[in-house]
Write a protein that binds this ligand. Sequence first.
Ligand SMILES: *Cc1c(COP(=O)(O)O)cnc(C)c1O
Length: 399
Amino acid sequence: MVYDPSSDIQDYLIFGEFGGVNPSITDSSTFTFLSPEKMQEAFEHEMEGCFLYSRHWNPINKVLAGALSRLEGSEDGLVTASGMAAISAALMQLCGQGDEIIAHRTIYGGTWALLKNFLPRFGITVRYVNILDLEAVKAAITTHTKVIYCESMSNPLLEVADLPSLSRIADQHALKLVVDNTFSPLLISPAKLGAHVVVNSLTKFINGTSDCVAGNICSSHDFIAQLTDVNAGASMLLGPVLDSFRAASILKNLHTLHIRMQKHSINTKYLAERLEARGIKVYYPGLPSHPQHDFLTQIMNPGFGYGGMIAFDVGDAQTANRLMAEMQKENVGYLAVSLGYFKTLFSAPSQSTSSEIPADEQKAAGLRGGLIRMSVGIDNDMERSYKRIEKCFQTLKLF
Ligand SMILES: *Cc1c(COP(=O)(O)O)cnc(C)c1O
């Protein structure tokens, strides 16, 4: 049977206080109790429909977390004020002094820096490997390893992780597989493929309007309960709370995610095929030339395409910069970091989103200076947009 998370989201019905078609926003940081005994009980354990304080839970945040659990096919979820908050809270909940994390060498720059520069202050260290090399993953496991960390579709080269195999390796060694699914919502379901914890930056495709920063963790009831534990939970005690008004607006955008992903994918595939036909080195998992194309086709949820991210190599950093300036001038989109916006965004990873990774390590991972990462918008007429891109390539004599 075809798995369709968007139908599960559609069927998630939470009405507003007066029968509103959208759930009500609870505009309160704190909640009253009818008796001191009930308040004490709320501190001791979670009670259905009972709220304590909005750093712990706010009703609309719970609704959004429920919808995101349906997106990821997980038992439970929680929302955070950013993707980085979700990643750091999940990892700090799972690891402590002396523990090790095995991570893919080209993960999102912020996560790379968190693992390399920040977590060592708390005695948590990282071993970077090529996650596609399962033997290298196994070889990196020690008695201190707690977590295998990767992105389902990596930033920026769009390598597709073999989540079922990584999950088996994790289970054999009693590790947790933590997967960042920011690049591939709906099309890849890491929890269904064996990930124990899924993290998302809602800032990108899931919200889709580039007007806020937010994040999410999806996992078992047990892990979400640990994170929100009043006395020992990373989410409760580090306190990265998402505002309730923002949770409400993200929830509304989530309901159009399937249509947006379909259009992002159609447009990106069109661009990938056109650029590849002109002899440009293109990284897009929807192209048969992509090394994990067949594998992704096997594991993905059909109907949403191969995603809205593409990378292409124009030779060197100077050419990449000139091309991006030209594309902005021709109104192709914006020279900006981030992704998943309804308009096209582009940047050169080696000088921006991956600049946290030192030059020699970038080189080893195949992250070249001439690489441009593009998040393709939902333009109605992609042929028209392509003509503009083509003109820029011609101006730079790349065609
Ligand atoms: C943007 C991004 C993050 C960080 O999310 P924020 O919402 O900016 O904190 C993490 N992982 C990936 C893959 C991202 O693209």
